[in-house]
Design a protein around this ligand. Structure first.
Ligand code: FAD
Length: 425
């Protein structure tokens, strides 16, 4: 990161503003004359960018619009299905962002961004004016691609549980209610989708629960991709060693629809698969609020990787899962958190009339729990390539674990606590 808080304050002469705000901790701070930044989405990307802007430039007025009352982490949420964690263990309040950093957290649904008038419209009719807007809405599901699931009643029965929350608990209840000897089918869409290793971790967590409580049962993974998309060797070894005969992996198994009458996944090129618990991860696209900024495959947003501005509309910043990923860049919480910091530095620089960092480097680590306590990871480093104007994975940096083990389990939980504190603490 080219800019740190001390340098920024020195450069922009805002040290006196910082001294001024220290005495009003607990109130919304930032003078009414300061620039206004509105962030939509208080997840991994949005909470991070809001906090870092306010830390590095306290004179900027930061408003964070989030529809949910609390932050619930998707990372670690598969452990709720395994039965070793509850949602409470991964829920964080937005209070610190308000009380400690002076961010104006607004609980609302943002319905549109009026670029010309520089306003974010909220459900209910209110509007928030901005000088810069940052959108990190995560993903939406493309139910239109699965006609049988494209209604509320079907979606209540066939869950995604791919946004941690009530669906995570409901899926756990379906597993608890299933008979011993039942079949759980997990379907995975064609990549890119949120969290490449997440579905395979989920299969491990469900199998871990079934092994103890319903050992005659089976997990079938129906993957639209030809092979496991992340850590294939490590996952396949874990399935063979820890859950022999219990997890069946089927690549090239794209789900075209769901038959709600028989609770079956209808595949493109093979017979229907009937399940007792059917967990469908529909194809995904950027969250609806960024629709005007979608420029790739009618699904994702392309950006300038130095400023995080939309390719089609400068002045609108985008980050997180909503982005058209750079080569080898996963849609992950760690990555969204890294985008958040890079975007914060760029917005602070732009608002100060300075050039953003021309050579950003981002890192990522994804941990996956293959049992209650054994974990594997994949890590990567992504560097800006001036010639191709994109982020590229640095060869030889990062890599995967040599084998699953409990020490990595401790690292994984430390990673989670650290990143929650980094974004929201
Ligand atoms: C089961 C599972 C396990 C995972 N495990 C890992 C892991 O181990 N490591 C890892 O790095 N990543 C993991 N991920 C991926 C990670 O959760 C996502 O990549 C990350 O959440 C993306 O951050 P984001 O800010 O783009 O979106 P989100 O974190 O989803 O945040 C988006 C926020 O925007 C809000 N929002 C959207 N639209 C609006 C609107 N119009 N108005 C108001 N609010 C709005 C939403 O309510 C949400 O809070 C996992 C995901 C899943 C599902």
């Amino acid at each position: 990161m080219s800019i740190n808080r001390r340098n920024f304050l020195k450069a922009s002469g805002t040290a006196s503003v910082l001294a001024g705000v220290a005495s009003v901790a607990g109130c919304a701070v930032g003078g009414s004359s300061g620039p206004r930044v509105v962030v939509v989405g208080g997840g991994y990307g949005g909470a991070t960018v809001a906090k870092y802007i306010k830390q590095w430039a306290p004179h900027i007025n930061v408003t964070l619009v989030e529809r949910n009352a609390e932050f619930i982490s998707c990372p670690i949420s598969n452990l709720v299905l395994g039965g070793t964690k509850t949602l409470k263990d991964m829920t964080v309040s937005y209070e610190t962002l308000t009380k400690k950093y002076g961010i104006n957290v607004v609980r609302a649904d943002a319905t549109a961004v009026d670029v010309d008038k520089k306003m974010v419209r909220l459900a209910g009719g209110d509007s928030l004016p901005f000088d810069r807007v940052i959108l990190s809405p995560g993903i939406d599901f493309m139910y239109e691609d699965l006609p049988g699931l494209n209604n509320a009643a079907a979606q209540e029965k066939v869950l995604h549980a791919w946004k941690a929350g009530p669906q995570t608990i409901a899926l756990r209840k379906q597993l608890e209610a299933m008979r011993d000897g039942g079949v759980v089918a997990i379907t995975i869409p064609v990549a890119p989708y949120r969290c490449p290793p997440g579905p395979y971790e989920r299969a491990c967590q469900i199998a871990s629960y079934l092994k103890q409580s319903k050992p005659k049962s089976k997990v079938i993974i129906l993957d639209a991709n030809p092979d496991v998309t992340s850590k294939p060797g490590l996952f396949k070894k874990a399935w063979a060693d820890m859950y022999p005969g219990m997890i069946e992996y089927r690549g090239n198994s794209r789900v075209m629809d769901v038959d709600m009458r028989t609770l079956s996944a209808k595949l493109e090129v093979a017979d229907d698969v009937k399940a007792d618990v059917l967990n469908v991860l529909p194809p995904m696209k950027a969250g609806a609020i960024v629709n005007p900024f979608i420029t790739a495959n009618k699904r994702w947003c392309e950006i300038n990787w130095l400023t995080y501005e939309a390719k089609n509309v400068p002045g609108v910043h985008l980050l997180g899962d909503a982005l058209q990923i750079a080569p080898a860049m996963p849609k992950s919480g760690h990555m969204a958190n890294a985008h958040g910091k890079a975007c914060a530095a760029a917005v602070v620089a732009l608002l100060a009339g300075e050039q953003p960092n021309g050579a950003p480097v981002l890192t990522n680590t994804c941990y996956s729990f293959v049992s209650a306590d054994k974990v594997v990871h994949v890590a990567s480093v992504h560097k800006y390539d001036e010639k191709d104007k994109t982020m590229k994975a640095v060869p030889g940096a990062g890599g995967v674990s040599s084998a699953s083990n409990e020490l990595e389990g401790q690292y994984a939980m430390t990673w989670a606590r650290n990143i929650w504190a980094d974004a929201l603490g």
